[in-house]
Design a binder for this molecule. Structure first.
Ligand code: A2P
Length: 333
């Protein structure tokens, strides 16, 4: 059986560490791993699958030795500089940053939704934004059956989405210390401000959700709006999604459709106070969906509550599932 060689760039970060955990669990046919980070942690040790690895500093020659795959989780600037170098050496890059997501030559992939897009790439594949990934998993089957007309996103996003510094801000804020990562204390606050503001008043995070949803669902003119909010939760993003359809639906049928769609766990039993919670979703790869109900203010609409582990499915797991799919396609070639 063919074995592959994989590079993990940003192996020491929050997403990188989780990627190591997911790689351990998945047991893919990968026989060689190399872990990269910046000069700050080059030389440090990572214990992985009963072996000790020395973290290497990423540089222009890192990919000369030849890799099948590289997962990049080291920020947009690192991706912009080094992903094209890796791709030019024949390595397929799965990039977690926003650097290439809207590039027409780069597939933007959530395997449960559009894995066929992986069949055509130029060496770089983009992993979508964490809040978009967990949203499109339930949106895709709904769109296929009922045709989505409009989406209103309101998010409640965990501090882990801002990396280790985001988590530190919440933990320090509880002790009364001032914030370093966020503009205000995230403790006892909800900050309607994720990533930079843009000219039209939206944040970049909101624009990512709008544009990436259109690209993944292949509906470039879909009406979508978003308000993204950072909340004092360590891990797992929660989202209220209001969806308007072209066609009518039976609410029980719709609930069953979501229950039987890939990557979803339905938690929707209000009589027993069952609905998705960040504390329950953390550590899982599935997206949790509940509070499914008709939006009675429009002819064919619903509201749903969607919770996902933003570091696993929203980043590390999705990237590794992409590698898994690429290996599957390679085997069936
Ligand atoms: P390092 O540990 O050397 O700083 P997080 O999002 O949790 O802050 O993690 C960011 C990850 O990206 C870390 O592994 C970090 O490595 C890595 N990183 C940051 N800048 C670079 C760079 N210029 N080259 C390679 N890796 C980088």
């Amino acid at each position: 059986m063919k074995e592959y060689k994989l590079a993990l760039v940003g192996a020491t970060g929050l997403v990188g560490r989780t990627a190591l955990q997911v790689l351990k669990e998945k047991n893919l046919p990968i026989s060689e791993y190399v872990f990269f980070a910046s000069s700050r942690s080059a030389g440090s040790k990572i214990k992985f699958l009963n072996k000790e690895y020395i973290v290497r500093e990423l540089n222009e020659h890192s990919f000369d030795e030849g890799f099948d795959f590289a997962i990049f989780s080291a920020g947009g600037d690192t991706s912009k500089k080094y992903s094209p170098i890796a791709a030019s050496k024949g390595c397929i890059v799965v990039d977690n940053s926003s650097a290439f997501r809207m590039d027409d030559n780069v597939p933007l992939v959530v395997p449960e939704v559009n894995s066929d897009a992986l069949k055509k790439h130029n060496g770089i594949i983009a992993n979508p934004n964490c809040s978009t990934i967990q949203a499109v998993v339930p949106l895709k089957p709904l769109d296929t059956k009922y045709t989505i007309k409009r989406i209103v996103y309101s998010t409640y996003q965990a501090v882990s989405g801002a990396g280790k510094k985001g988590v530190d801000d919440l933990k320090n804020g509880i002790k009364g210390l001032p914030p370093k990562k966020f503009p205000y204390s995230i403790f006892n606050n909800c900050l309607p401000h994720i990533d930079d503001f843009t000219e039209n008043g939206y944040t970049k995070e909101e624009l990512k959700m709008i544009n990436e949803t259109r690209k993944i669902l292949e509906k470039p003119n879909l009406r979508v709006t978003a308000t993204t909010v950072r909340v004092p939760v360590i891990n797992c993003h929660s989202e209220s999604i209001n969806i308007e359809f072209e066609k009518d639906f039976d609410i029980n049928e719709l609930r069953n459709l979501l229950k039987n769609s890939p990557g979803i766990i339905l938690e929707d039993d209000i009589n027993n106070n069952i609905y998705p919670l960040a504390t329950n979703a953390t550590g899982h790869d599935e997206v949790f969906v509940g509070r499914i109900r008709r939006d009675e203010s429009v002819p064919f609409g619903i509201n749903i509550w969607v919770v996902g582990d933003n570091i696993r499915k929203g980043a590390a797991t999705n990237a590794i599932q992409i590698v898994e799919k690429l290996i599957e396609f390679d085997k069936n070639k």
